[in-house]
Write a protein that binds this ligand. Sequence first.
Ligand SMILES: *Cc1c(COP(=O)(O)O)cnc(C)c1O
Length: 401
Amino acid sequence: MDLLNFLQDHAPCYMYDGEKVESQCRKLKDTLSGFDFLYSVKTNAFPPMIQGVAKEGFGADAASSREVELALENGIAPEQVFYSSPGKTDQDIEASFGKCVLIADSISEVRRIHQVAARRGETAEIGIRVNPDFTMLGDRGCASKFGVDTRELLVSEAVLDACTNVRIIGIHVHIQSQILDYQVLGRYYQNCFALARRIQAMNRVWIKFINFGSGIGALYREELDHPVDLEKLAGLAAAIVDENDRTLKAKLYIETGRFIGCNAGKYYTKIVDIKESYGQKYLIVENAMNGFLRPAIANLLSKATEQSLPGYEPLYTCQNEFGVRVLNQEDHRERVHIVGNLCTALDVICENVEVNHTRVGDIIEITNAGSYGYSLSPLLFSGHAAPGQYYVFGGKIFSGE
Ligand SMILES: *Cc1c(COP(=O)(O)O)cnc(C)c1O
């Protein structure tokens, strides 16, 4: 495949490297033994991507009833699909009932799932999302829109007793993404496991699975950051696996999104105009923030604050995260602003960047676009066509059709 020819015809588009996706899956499977893995569909729901992780035996962390469907349509078995989000509607619960493991996000949601199950004359085995009484760094819990506070759950036995058509068979915890320190993750997993044991002591709870959520970070900035030391994390996690074998005998799940996809995706767009203003050069491209939002957010943040930001929030981005280059053979370099064609000044890919000398029609490549790229961007804004998506595996290009 001649990438440049392909891009001339198909940019703006995302290209996902399927070999990289699968090798990221294997890194987790091969080091963290005793765990199963769930792919967070919201990070990148492109069907060939879901098929790629399904082939590696990953289940799905679905954030909507539509994502439940997508996971099922792309090769993930119902018992491996976990639907967890706050604010499920009755229609969401009906639509996904029996097709996945529902994770109730509140006590009132347990009740509503019970009502749906009762209407159907069935018993639903569900999980419950817990807002733990610790944070990623250990100390104590805090208010959150996600899950049921530990304290509230532990005193809710009577309410759960009344919900005769549900059985709580697992817990889900997720409090923070983009952690690169294995010791922080190890301690967090320990805390989650201890929490599961406390909850197991309740009536009407049978812990068959513990979902530790995500946390394992992606490598955004190769020069500045170090990847999570998975071997050392596995060393800490082995104690939990042992304790689980002796006690709960639960299935242990780790969720992951960006670790699988982030570095495996690149975004490509085309220069449609070049202009100068007050001596500064602007490359104007198609589908900048309306194709790939995160660079615009990173740019906005770096202007609004001098602080260095971690990559977990807001909007899954951080400064200096993206590699940007022009795909041509020019030796001459120039300093430019790369901006989009929307009628808003926020529509920026990067400012004051040195790239090869460009011509209209050249292709721009942006790295770290495989997660929270297509799925997070305002694709409808201003009525432009959305970028394409392609999954490359074994030298073939899959368009998802
Ligand atoms: C978004 C999300 C994830 C994925 O987080 P990453 O940092 O991309 O791995 C996992 N679990 C839950 C509950 C989420 O909301």
